[in-house]
Design a protein around this ligand. Structure first.
Ligand SMILES: [Zn+2]
Length: 263
């Protein structure tokens, strides 16, 4: 599979009609029995969070709690499209309880830019909460229980293939390897030894740093400090066709959730 060679200095690939995607997300969520909560506003858009109760909690006895998010960067359309496909396919482990924020920056998609309309990167604002969007999302997250794992869905226009960041300070389950093993069947994995200035191996970056030493926090830093001890940020390579990237994210999510629930 060849890279498209389209992205020079930024993302120049396909865009989405975010109104339509949000409408379809709402319809799919309601059809599949999710609760839809509006936790904030951005421009004329509702910021929504979805919640799905476990279908069966008899085996194993307690639900597994997963948090997913996508669409915090408005030039990364594969995330919300992956969210839509996951909702429509409705193929979740029966004992999974899920929370999903599928589009955290809808105005960003309207503008096809990474940041919010004020030029702020929302995924750097989870320490200082300078933006209304992140304050609203933070307040919603604070009302939720702790999660067994989180997955944040992203894209990278500079990547040569799929890669991910794993935060796993207790050395639990090998979530990263499970995801890479599944995704490599549908999308090239970035073989680079350095990605985003961090050492990488076989598409896996383990940042291994203390968020307290970082001046700005991504959503994932907030999550690891407050909500979960395990999680991954999945990065689809946006110089590949959009369907490949969506498939990579969907495959990665399914592999991660099912690894908690071996069938
Ligand atoms: Zn991103």
């Amino acid at each position: 599979m060849e890279q498209l060679g389209k992205n020079h200095g930024g993302y120049h690939g396909e865009t989405i009609e975010v109104h339509a995607v949000l409408r379809d997300l709402g319809i799919a969520a309601q059809q599949q029995g999710w609760m839809v909560e509006t936790f904030g506003q951005q421009g004329g858009f509702d910021l929504i969070a979805l919640h799905r109760a476990p279908v069966s909690i008899s085996h194993p006895p307690s639900p597994l709690r997963f948090y997913l998010s996508s669409g915090i960067h408005g030039d990364e359309p594969a995330g919300p499209l992956a969210a839509l496909r996951l909702l429509r396919e409705n193929d979740w482990p029966p004992n999974a309880e899920l929370w999903f924020c599928p589009c955290l920056n809808p105005m960003g998609f309207r503008l096809n830019r990474r940041e919010n309309p004020d030029g702020k990167d929302l995924n750097r604002d989870y320490r200082h909460l300078a933006t209304a969007e992140v304050r609203a999302h933070f307040a919603w997250l604070e009302r939720q229980p702790r999660f067994d794992a989180y997955l944040c869905l992203h894209e990278d226009w500079e990547a040569h293939g799929f890669y991910l960041y794993e935060q796993n300070p207790d050395g639990r389950l090998a979530l990263a390897e499970t995801i890479i093993k599944a995704v490599q069947k549908v999308c090239p994995i970035d073989p680079s030894e350095v990605i985003e200035d961090r050492p990488a191996k076989d598409g896996i970056i383990r940042p291994n740093l203390d968020p307290n030493t970082r001046p700005q926090w991504a959503e994932a830093f907030y999550l690891i400090m407050n909500k979960s001890r395990l999680g991954c940020t999945l990065e689809a390579p946006s110089d590949f066709p959009l369907p490949v990237r969506v498939n990579a994210l969907v495959t990665g999510v399914n592999a991660a959730l099912k690894s908690f629930n071996p069938v």
